[in-house]
Design a protein around this ligand. Structure first.
Ligand code: UD1
Ligand code: CA
Length: 474
């Protein structure tokens, strides 16, 4: 959605603080929510609200943050540095000189409010068209502890914002709070921020002090957020968890509206795509660049990270896969493990306790039970028996195994790579393969069986005597 209301809109996203209440060395705004750093959500909201220029104020951990922003947003976002974290007012002050002189309206957001609704930002921006120098997004909450309170006069006009720490008992009873989201006329923002003083409990430059300035110079417009969740400003990990739950709920609802089934306990990251009529069962976790095709089913407890699942594929319960692809109508699991660079083609089957890594399993091939298939290429329709192991590692290097189309690998076979088993070849159960097997050949390498008639009872008698005679010594 890009619904730019009125004249050009510039965004300043405040993200320089360490976030001490998170008790972490990682900058607060880089903590992930549903697989994306927290700051991304505020930036996406600003972009969706039509901001043409987005400046992120960085400070604590700025190299790490700037590197992330470049990777995630390229040139759609730029940064301004706040040298020391002297408060939200000082943060805006650091960004102002970098703004285009022609900027008219400035949207100020905090990088720690990931649940903003772009439509509400557009409404907020529209609310200063009437001539007010400043508009703020407020919210009503049952528990306003920690937030700045919105102080209004008898007629309901906004007078000021008082921080929790600086508020009187009476002011603390106010349940309308500041969400930390504002739209200001650029000229007003420049003047008012220049005049800020650190006369408060924290000795910081509070951006919230510009509200009282605006109240005296034309008034403060306001929009009340429809859901109080907009103000879930994340300061500590409990709030991070609460915001993440809300976001997971929104993601699931978006996917449901598009026509897929998502059970209540599934957790789907913001970066994942799920096509219509797919079914995502309970306790499934989908992460990263995972994509689930139409009519595919991901059954209970499976965890997929960066996996491409083609339409109508079936991932049975408790399968784990990463950085891999699963073809149309292929079947995985239960309890399969696809490690990176596994390519399971259409109609192929990977069954329980089968591990693959850097291996192509071509169309219709099957490995249904207990196998390790690493660094291999398994031809179309080949059958891999239970207990097959690709011995791909000699302690120094990895080696490849190639299995031709239609080959049959009997159970409990060890295949010592590098080696090639030919098209249509047959490897007898229990064989250790050390050399190439030509097309259509039978390979068998195991000790011949010997049966000694009547020998079992004799053997048992001898063994029993050896236990009863000898006194058991300690
Ligand atoms: C702020 C508001 C408060 C509001 C709340 C909403 C002020 C003084 N208070 O409080 O009224 O109810 O948000 O969530 O503005 N930051 C910087 N540089 C700094 C300090 C902070 O960039 O020097 C950034 C932080 O990284 C953070 C944002 O500004 O993303 C807000 O700072 P924070 O310390 O979390 O403010 P709150 O105490 O939550
Ligand atoms: Ca905050």
């Amino acid at each position: 959605m890009t619904t730019q209301a009125g004249s050009s809109l510039t965004a300043i996203v405040l993200a320089a603080g360490q976030g001490t209440r998170m008790k972490s060395t990682k900058p607060k705004v880089l903590h992930p929510l549903c697989g994306r750093p927290m700051v991304d959500y505020a930036i996406e909201a600003a972009l969706a609200a039509g901001c043409g220029d987005v400046v992120v104020v960085v400070g604590y951990g700025r190299d790490e943050l700037a590197a992330h922003l470049t990777k995630a947003f390229g040139d759609r976002v730029r940064t301004a540095v706040q040298q020391a974290q002297r408060g939200t007012g000082d943060a805006v002050r650091s960004a102002l000189p970098t703004l285009d002189p022609s900027a008219e309206r400035v949207l100020v957001l905090c990088g720690d409010t990931p649940l903003l609704d772009p439509a509400e930002l557009v409404r907020l921006a529209g609310s200063i068209e009437g001539g007010a120098p400043l508009a703020m997004l407020t919210a009503m909450t049952e528990d306003p502890t920690g937030y700045g309170r919105v102080l209004r006069d008898a007629e309901g006009k906004i007078l000021a914002v008082r921080e929790h720490r600086d508020a009187t008992e009476e002011e603390r009873r106010v349940r309308e709070v500041n969400t930390g989201v504002y739209v200001a006329r650029a000229s007003f923002l420049r003047e008012s921020v220049a005049g800020l003083l650190p006369n408060n409990a924290q000795g910081e430059l509070y951006l919230t002090d510009i509200v009282a300035v605006a109240a005296k110079a034309g008034g403060v417009a306001s929009v009340q957020a429809e859901s109080a969740s907009a103000l879930v400003g994340v300061n500590e990990r409990a709030q991070l968890a609460a915001a993440e739950d809300i976001l997971y709920g929104r993601i699931a609802d978006r996917i449901r509206r598009a026509g897929a089934t998502v059970r209540a306990t599934a957790r789907i990251d913001a970066t994942v795509v799920v096509e219509p009529d797919a079914v995502i069962e309970h306790y499934v976790v989908l992460r990263g660049k995972t994509r689930v095709g139409a009519n595919a089913r991901i059954d209970v407890g499976s965890v997929l990270t960066d996996v491409e699942v083609a339409p109508s594929a079936l991932v049975k319960p408790y399968s784990i896969a990463s950085d891999s692809t699963i073809g149309e109508n292929a079947q995985i699991g239960p309890f399969s493990h696809l490690r990176p660079e596994s390519r399971i083609e259409a109609e192929a089957h990977i069954g329980n306790f089968v591990e693959t890594k850097k291996t192509v399993v071509r169309r219709g091939a099957k490995a249904n039970h207990l196998a390790y298939l690493g660094d291999g290429d398994i031809g179309e329709g080949a059958n891999i028996g239970a207990g097959t192991i690709f011995c791909n590692y000699d302690g120094f290097k990895k080696h490849r195994t190639e299995i031709g189309a239609g080959a049959f690998i009997g159970s409990d076979t060890q295949i010592i790579a590098p080696v090639r088993i030919g098209v249509g070849a047959y490897v007898a159960t229990g064989t250790t393969i050390t050399r190439d097997v030509p097309d259509d050949a039978l390979a068998i390498a195991r000790l011949k069986q010997e049966n000694k008639e009547g020998y079992a009872s004799k053997l048992k008698a001898r063994l029993k005597a050896s236990v009863t005679k000898k006194p058991s010594g300690g």
